[in-house]
Write a protein that binds this ligand. Sequence first.
Ligand code: HDE
Length: 731
Amino acid sequence: MKGKRPDDGTDNAKLRQLDEFRDTNDVKNLLTSNQGVKINDDQNSLKAGVRGPTLLEDFLFREKITHFDHERIPERIVHARGSGAHGYFQVYEPLTKYSKAHFLQDPSAKTPVFVRFSTVAGFRGSTDLARDVRGFAVKFYTQEGNFDIVGNNMPVFFIQDAIKFPDLIHAVKPEPHNEIPQAASAHTTFWDFISLTPESLHTVMWLMSDRAIPRSYRMMEGFGVHTFRLVDAKGVGRFVKFHWKPKLGVHSVIWDEAQQISGHDPDFHRRDLWDSIAAGAFPEWEFGIQVVEEKDEHKFNFDLLDPTKIIPEELVPVERVGKLVLNRNPDNFFAETEQVAFCVGNIVPGIDFTNDPLMQGRLFSYLDTQLIRLGGPNFQEIPINRPIVPINNNQRDGHMRMRINRGMTAYQPNSIEGNNPQQVKESEGGFVSYTEKVDGHKIRTRSESFMDHYSQATLFWNSMSDTEKKHIVKAFRFELGMVTAVSVRERMVVHLSKIKKELAQEVAEGLGLEIPTHYDGPLNLNVPADANPKDYEPRSGKLDVEKSQALSQLNTPKGDITGRKAAILVAEGFDGAAVEMMMKALKEAGAMGMIIAPREGKVPGDKGKQMVDFSFLTASSALFDAVYVPGGQKSVEMLRADPKVIHFVAEAYKHCKPIAASGEGKQLVQMAMRGPWPTDKGEAGKKDASMKDLAAEGVIVGKDGKISSDFIKAMGEHRFWMREAKTPPPV
Ligand code: HDE
């Protein structure tokens, strides 16, 4: 590499003097201290006499306990709870027309990535199923250095200026006097802040939607949120929004389920990601870009620099230009997922920032936070953060320095070591910031073009299906129902009425409120002291489109059931052939059939024994995507007699999940549904009309194992939302 010093110490393998002595024998099975001393007794501390006091001299004990005492590092102030995986990124076609970034040029090259998903508000040990935004952070280890897209699963953010971030987070985190509630926005301080910060309303609509309770990390979209810039080899810049589109579509659980999963398996999303990768069902996303020419910057009714706005896909389509595949679980959670340090400022030539004031603030925050979280300025030397290209500069020393720099100069210019390391010309890959004309007064204010706080919230509402709308109303009722200050509830209802009357009416009804015909209170206190409040009055601008297809998750792909889990309910005497057939069909479709039985261990069927995955004590229907009840007279009789089993099926019905039954199994499903049941009088192999109705609602009843293909098709639909309108079974 040009500009390298003869002895620059950038390669750690060059610790040669000591390395010559290093014992390379594998001590994998032998216990040693951190100083390499082999340990004889790790069961007893050193004492003065068998019943005497422990001695300070016990260096082995002290080393072990001291290390233990320091095992924890500060958790992330936000996004503390997370889960990560390794994988790769590959571009479909050279993106030369938009960007000169090396990793976007060669379709045959795979760029390694590490991705971390997270919730925002909860502490490190909180539940995966909180109603929350999800982080979707991607680190690309490119041949021009690390590039990070530190995004979310929602395309917009709560605030327009980074200076409000500490306020937002203080409001959503547990209340400071009693540290309640954990991992929840459903409390007074959050809604107090939101109700006085109307710029948050668009994102709040996303937060109240099903997007905030994903079925899986594998089934979430990702967004870079801000408008970034792509720069080509000629130096031409274009605005860009980044998207991740999941191959499996976007799917969610129901709030009632989310609450149950939090109790039964708070690691539900972590486990799902881990299990899928371990099983070889690698999660996959397409990389999408929305590109806007600079001349079109002011073409829309919203400001491209405003992070509370999307660019509707009807205006600028998303070009799918590459794919992201996660194919390896981390070896060690702490070393990798916990210590990974994402930074919005990690960009490479061909990508650049814009003046989005939220992004500008983030550029400071991410670097700053690692200094305390990872203990100092050398966090980029931690293996998960190390770029795959050589590092060569005059930065020196600091806590936990790993690299041993050689030579006598640590400055530039220098004549002693040939002025190395040398700067790199742009034509040879040196980073040059995008040349942008910036001209203005030094001023603390917000652009007039940022003041429309309602219209895209309305666009979001307009774009929802009826089912999604119902869920949003319920979410508002739940969240505001947990708010103790009636004035805050009222103010929110006023805001909602400016988004859409029908939404406000339904929420108000649940809260026992009327929408005020006249409201005098403040609707925005996010205003400088000397400002004219009129200038900051929240307003609704002109919509570019009335509705956007891409906003409803029901319009995203369906049909692929990779990694889905179906519960198969059995007891002694179950129909072995039917279970075998169903398990085989599920496996072929990439899904898993899990055996649930009254007891752990093995359960005997008419054709032999089956290993049990869960008992009815450890399983809950909320943890599965679908339920199958096979026949076997004795088995079904036993299951019918257990209220827990009836509850299991009834709950799956209530949650609109596919249910299948064969042979005597249908008696159990009928009992659980407690509804009218079709007469199964059709000829063998044919279903009568009412059976078809039932199948249209995702309840598949048939002969033996023949129903498996219908069941798998139904699982591909995810849920049968029409059931929500019906009176659910009383569970
Ligand atoms: Fe972050 N954010 N953020 N954020 N953020 C952090 O950095 C911050 C914002 C996002 O898996 C912190 O290393 C400010 C938007 C993700 O490690 C911290 C502002 C978006 C992650 C921080 C924002 C994000 C973080 C905490 C307002 C979506 C987790 C620990 C200007 C585009 C990354 C850390 C991981 C983490 C600051 C707003 C996404 C404190 C000041 C907008 C996915 O630096």
